[in-house]
Design a protein around this ligand. Structure first.
Ligand code: FAD
Length: 447
């Protein structure tokens, strides 16, 4: 560890109101600091620590859970962005903590590289994405944090601590999905793969059919991502398979991409949701219409362009990871609950799969997972579905996505994560004075 030597004056504001993307979390940080470089960050931390002010780093505010919320000092790392080192032979790239994925992905492509997997969108920062265990789909792939081979934390006193599998391995096991509770990540080293393209095949299917063949399907394809429309049996199935960087395949015409992404997934879908808000009772009929607008398509594109799409219709989301064997019972129980209750869900339920990893607080810690994600339009009440869904997954060792809605606290989380207390030991060592805390973090970690 090294300690800061200078105190400079970063951009500081106070009294600002912060709201997340889903518009369900708001806070009024006492101070917002946007350090221009690592030295300013270190000096800011040292000052906050001396004064006993709690600190939370924030990324792009795309978490639905209050993980980034603070009434203390909010740190925005917009200036710690971009590539700081590149090892061509090892295919490793080091990037600033505040680098957004939509900047990272084309930058990697320019180097002939890519991340092995991505989630649905690219608006998150790399640090925000890994800190909550952001994932895409693919049983032979892991979440984004698994691509991290090293990272640097700025600790509460302003000192820096680098960790990797060889250096501070316990910190490394904890900090890749660290909930912002150990320190502020300043940079991340990523193990990339050669740039690749993805062949996408999208079609609609019946939910019963999907559940009957899911075990084979998730093993037959690199990435299986499905959207089931509640109140209907319709599922949009996406079978995505990696192909080489030089495989041109069939490119989606620009007009079709625009129709699907801008009109059907965003413009038309926003309209459907506004109608649903005014007349929730017609949602089951609306869902039939929405499901029918989906048509089959097959195309090939750069991996990051295929994985990520624009999401402009705002929603709230709860997502749980369950063991693969629980996938069919969980979806079946959720469907039965929705069908037997007066609830209006215009948004699809997303179904994904990833392979196990070794990160202590990763939802995929030593377990292959199915992910089931329930969404609700941000202007509509959830009608009790989130609580019902939590009760269902509680019977299946469901682990909540750290960035999405859930109510679990330390006692329940300890039972779900075998290394939970090891994480707390690392936290006791790195942040004994609890600088990186909040009500939510205390609820999650127990103090
Ligand atoms: C439209 C939409 C689509 C989504 N799609 C997916 C998906 O496909 N898959 C998936 O798994 N999730 C998905 N998410 C969830 C999202 O990826 C996570 O919530 C992610 O954490 C958001 O990243 P962010 O940069 O906005 O971080 P924030 O939400 O701002 O922060 C998240 C956490 O990271 C911490 N943090 C941020 N920067 C640092 C730092 N430098 N050092 C230490 N801690 C830090 C914060 O303190 C906080 O605890 C989606 C969310 C939305 C709104």
């Amino acid at each position: 560890m090294s300690t800061p030597t200078s105190a400079t004056t970063p951009t500081t504001t106070s009294g600002a109101t912060w709201t997340n993307w889903g518009r369900n979390q708001t806070c009024h940080p006492a101070e917002v600091v946007v350090p221009r470089d690592v030295d300013e960050l270190r000096a800011t931390l040292a000052r906050a620590h001396t004064r006993g002010i709690p600190v939370r780093a924030v990324g792009s505010g795309h978490s639905f859970a209050p993980v980034a919320v603070t009434d203390g000092l909010q740190l925005r790392l917009d200036h710690l962005a971009g590539t700081t080192a590149f090892d061509a032979e090892a295919a490793r790239v080091t990037v600033g903590a505040g680098t957004p994925l939509h900047v990272l992905n084309p930058a990697l492509q320019a180097l002939g590289l890519a991340l092995p997997n991505l989630g649905d969108i690219d608006r998150q920062t790399i640090s925000g994405a890994i800190s909550t265990g952001t994932h895409g789909s693919g049983l032979r792939r892991q979440g984004i944090a698994s691509a991290v081979v090293g990272l640097t934390l700025a600790l509460a006193d302003g000192s820096l601590l680098r960790c990797s599998a060889d250096v501070e391995p316990e910190v490394f096991a904890a900090a890749r999905v660290g909930l912002g509770a150990l320190g502020v990540i300043t940079e991340v080293e990523l193990q990339c793969v050669p740039a690749f393209r993805v062949h996408a095949k999208e079609f609609t299917a019946d939910l019963a059919e999907v559940l009957a063949t899911v075990d084979d399907d998730v093993r037959a394809h690199d990435h299986v991502d499905m959207h089931w429309f509640p109140h209907t049996p319709r599922v949009l199935v996406k079978h995505n398979d990696d192909v080489g960087a030089d495989d041109p395949g069939r490119v989606l015409p620009a007009w079709r991409e625009k129709l699907d992404d801008d009109v059907l997934s965003n413009g038309f879908f926003e309209l459907v949701n506004r109608v649903a808000t005014r007349a929730p009772r017609i949602v089951p009929r609306l869902a039939q219409v929405t499901a029918r607008t989906l048509s089959d398509r097959e195309f090939t594109g750069d991996s990051w362009r295929v994985f990520c799409s624009p999401r402009r219709v705002r929603f709230r989301e709860m997502e749980y990871a369950v063991p693969l064997t629980s996938f069919v019972p969980v979806v079946t129980e959720l469907r039965a609950w929705i069908d037997s209750h007066d609830v209006s869900l215009p948004f699809p339920v997303e179904l994904r799969f990833t392979g196990a990893d070794d990160i202590w607080l990763s939802t995929a810690h030593e377990r292959d997972n199915a992910y089931v994600a329930v969404h609700q339009y941000h202007r509509l009440d959830d009608g009790g579905v989130f609580a019902a869904f939590e009760a269902i997954v509680a019977e299946h060792a469901g682990r909540p996505h750290w960035g999405k809605l859930h109510t679990l606290g330390a006692d329940q989380l300890r039972a779900l994560y075998p290394r939970f207390d090891d994480f707390r030991i690392v936290r006791d060592r790195l942040d004994p004075d609890r600088t990186f805390t909040s009500d939510h973090v205390r609820h999650l970690l127990g103090d």
